[in-house]
Design a protein around this ligand. Structure first.
Ligand code: ADP
Ligand code: ZN
Length: 722
């Protein structure tokens, strides 16, 4: 069976190998075991139930809460040649009947159903008349009250499955589940000794950043200007802000749209379609925009404000990079945003228990916004996954900004909190440190503490921020509940005893991570393929990604298949697409293969892309060699720097080092020929141990790169620095 599953993956989807977890999950299902699978967004959950559905007799029922996602999934399946349909409220009565009739006749391998559409009689009649080998439950965390997205209709469903006489296999899938929620899902759905697969929550293609203490508007302008060809989402907390930010962007000439709960259904649907079809580059939205975004090429998600919990944040941010390509997630943080969220929770409906759960989630979110730990690690840790290595590309990991020693301020704050004996909140502690004449403070006699007024020249808000930072770093602890109190955590003691230093960084910029996309090296053939995709997609009235992802077009450009067989080797091209579009693709590729001055360019492209692939892997090998590879592929040091997220000086250093190691390179690209002799003579005269005088003695346009180049080429005794 597993062999067949592998063949399906290749034949139907055009993928060569399973992703982590997929094979285990599929073979578990095929062996007849209930399954609980926790895979990150973009991890490839759909394949895990779609392939079994094709191999098992009968019709697999897929429960999914997301109507627009259902349509996409069904469209995608039909394009792959798999009979599938959906039942949800977007169908007219007539369409609904047709689908149902066809389903009863066994016309589909997969039938997607919205839980809201199901009632007990309907469910019973489906299960009586269909041969259902498997019920796949997508977004299974909706069944749990502990999750962030509880839906009563999921709860009902669980009951119905439980009392089926001939119970099918049940496989539950979700991207977000803490241990608590995972156990709840299993119990609520009545999974029978399920195989539980947790493949890890880390999303290696996402670079997470937190940016605080910056002008948000300025930040956004710069961020978008540096990513001109990229599409992304900006999440705001309120409708009003969504409107404002959208307006701001449009005024700057950016193709932006908006999406929030205050717009009509039509406006929302239109905006979403435009975004999917790449007509809008940036979508400014509230969290109403979410259900069912499966646009694979979202390259960035910026949060204008902090959301209320890590689950929501990771789910929203996780909409970036579903196609597996490098993508960025930026959280703009301002301490005041915590108060907004807190207010929303306190004003919200729900009992005290529920509010307390939400408040605790909010505090964790706040800690995320302030932590100096690896952000990816912080998140997976929250979901219960321990021992994950730092990602190496989040804003914490990349932060090389100077550490400020704040031990003395930490000691003052900690000792104040210690003296308040865990009976008060952060606000009161801040007031004490400020030396406030607050009435309650005086009533409690807190002005008699020796730490009273220690920070009397700080603004009170800044003191509170400082305390929150100490919470985030684990020196202080907050109690649960609506009025949390603050107390010392174990790691405060070594600080108070002077055994440990407290260091803080201040972050303001998002550095491009070393492996993040950068400009895609384009080629005429790639452009032609994109153009063809655009026209064909428009003709078929589907978004371009529904035909092929960029990565597939890129691979076509590199591999230049000449036959249908070779075409099928390309990732993302399965049988159905090959027979439908194969001839057209081969014709376009053939046209470029004919005019073959492109051959050298092709090689350059291929080596750029292989260098890029290399620089994308975690184990990237010697950095200077990667720089050389890109340089030799024709990129200037500046472009290499951009590509790799390094500074130009670093890249030039890499290239010189390669030159010293005797690696092959084109010297004339380092040393302008007309100056070579002059530079060499000048070095000889002045000796190579100080570069500055050499530089000054040479014409303006001779740069340090050229001087270093000559030193390396002629084997002068190298200078230090420059
Ligand atoms: P999820 O539902 O877990 O967020 P999807 O099922 O939508 O993820 O899959 C994300 C993307 O990854 C889809 O474009 C899918 O076709 C692709 N994909 C899934 N499995 C593989 C695989 N084994 N190899 C390559 N791509 C895959
Ligand atoms: Zn990191």
């Amino acid at each position: 069976m597993l062999q067949q599953a592998r063949e399906m993956l290749k034949k139907v989807y055009g993928y060569n190998s399973f992703r982590t977890g997929q094979e285990d999950i599929i073979s578990g299902i095929l062996e007849g075991r209930d399954t609980l699978a926790i895979l990150p967004t973009g991890g490839g959950k759909s394949v895990c139930y779609q392939i079994p559905s094709m191999l098992l007799p009968g019709t697999t029922l897929v429960i999914s809460p997301l109507i627009s996602l259902m349509k996409d999934q069904v469209d995608t399946l039909n394009r792959l040649g798999v009979p599938a349909a959906f039942l949800n409220s977007s169908l007219s009565a007539g369409e609904y009947r047709d689908v149902l009739r066809n389903a009863m006749n066994g016309g589909y391998k997969l039938l997607y159903v919205a839980p809201e559409r199901l009632d007990a009689p309907m469910f019973d009649s489906l299960s009586e008349q269909l041969n259902i080998p498997l019920i796949a439950i997508d977004e299974a965390h909706c069944v749990s009250q502990w999750g962030h997205d509880f839906r009563p209709s999921y709860r009902q469903l669980a009951g119905w499955i439980g009392r089926l006489a001939n119970r099918p296999l049940v496989a539950a899938f979700t991207a977000t589940a803490t241990n608590e929620v995972a156990e709840d899902i299993s119990a609520m759905l009545g999974l029978r000794q399920p195989n539980v697969f947790v493949t890890g929550f880390a999303r290696p293609n996402l670079s997470l950043s937190v940016v605080s203490g910056t002008d948000k508007k300025q930040f956004l302008h710069k961020f978008l200007a540096e990513r001109e060809d990229q599409s992304g989402i900006i999440y705001t907390a309120t409708r009003k802000e969504a409107e404002q930010v959208e307006e701001l962007l449009i005024r700057k000439g950016i193709a932006a749209g908006k999406y929030h709960g205050g717009l009509s259904d039509n406006d929302r649907a239109a905006a979403q379609e435009k975004f999917r079809f790449d007509e809008l580059r940036v979508m400014v939205a509230t969290n109403a925009f979410g259900m069912g975004i499966d646009k694979p090429n979202v390259r960035f998600v910026v949060h204008w404000q902090m959301p209320g919990d890590i689950e929501s944040y990771y789910q929203e941010a996780g909409r970036a990079g579903r196609d597996g390509e490098e993508s960025e997630c930026v959280l703009l943080f301002e301490p005041a945003d915590v108060q907004v969220q807190r207010f929303l929770i306190e004003q919200g409906t729900g009992d005290t228990d529920r509010k307390n759960i939400q408040l605790n989630k909010l505090y964790t979110m706040m800690n995320y916004s302030r932590t100096q730990r690896c952000l990816q690690q912080f998140i997976v840790d929250y979901f219960g996954e321990k021992g994950v290595e730092p990602c190496g590309k989040c804003s914490s990991c990349l932060d090389k900004s100077e550490l400020v020693n704040r031990t003395s301020e930490a000691q003052k704050a900690l000792s104040c909190v210690g003296r308040m004996k865990g009976r008060f909140g952060v606000t009161m502690a801040a007031k004490v440190l400020k030396g406030s004449r607050d009435k309650r403070l005086l009533e409690f006699g807190l002005d008699r503490l020796t730490t009273y007024g220690l920070f009397n020249n700080w603004p009170e808000k800044e003191i509170a921020d400082w305390l929150y930072w100490l919470v985030a770093e684990g020196y202080l602890r907050m109690s649960d509940g609506q009025y949390p109190t603050v107390s010392l955590a174990a790691s405060a003691l070594p600080v108070l005893e002077g055994k440990e230093q407290v260091m803080q960084r201040l972050r303001t910029t998002v550095k491009r991570s070393a492996s993040s996309g950068g400009a895609v090296v384009s080629s005429p053939m790639f452009e032609a393929l994109k153009q063809w995709r655009k026209e064909t997609a428009a003709r078929e009235n589907v978004p371009p990604f529904m035909l092929f992802f960029d990565s597939t077009l890129k691979e076509l450009t590199d591999a230049r298949p000449a036959t249908e067989e070779q075409l099928l080797q390309v990732k993302g091209i399965g049988g159905a697409k090959a027979s439908k579009y194969g001839a057209e693709l081969l014709a376009i590729i053939g046209k470029f293969a004919g005019e073959s001055p492109a051959e050298t360019e092709r090689q350059a492209q291929a080596s750029v892309s292989s260098a890029r692939t290399a620089s994308n892997t975690a184990d990237e090998g010697p950095s200077h060699l990667l720089s050389l590879q890109l340089f030799n592929a024709g990129l200037s040091p500046q472009d290499v720097a951009k590509e790799r997220g390094l500074s130009r000086v670093t890249v030039e250093g890499h290239i010189i080092r390669c030159a010293e190691e005797g690696l092959q390179l084109d010297w004339s690209r380092i040393i302008p020929e007309q100056y070579e002799e002059l530079i060499a003579r000048t070095i000889e005269e002045l000796s190579a141990d100080k570069l500055r005088p050499i530089k000054d003695a040479l014409p303006e346009e001779v740069d340090y790169f050229a001087i270093h180049g000559v030193i390396a080429k002629y084997g002068f005794k190298a200078a230090q620095g420059g």
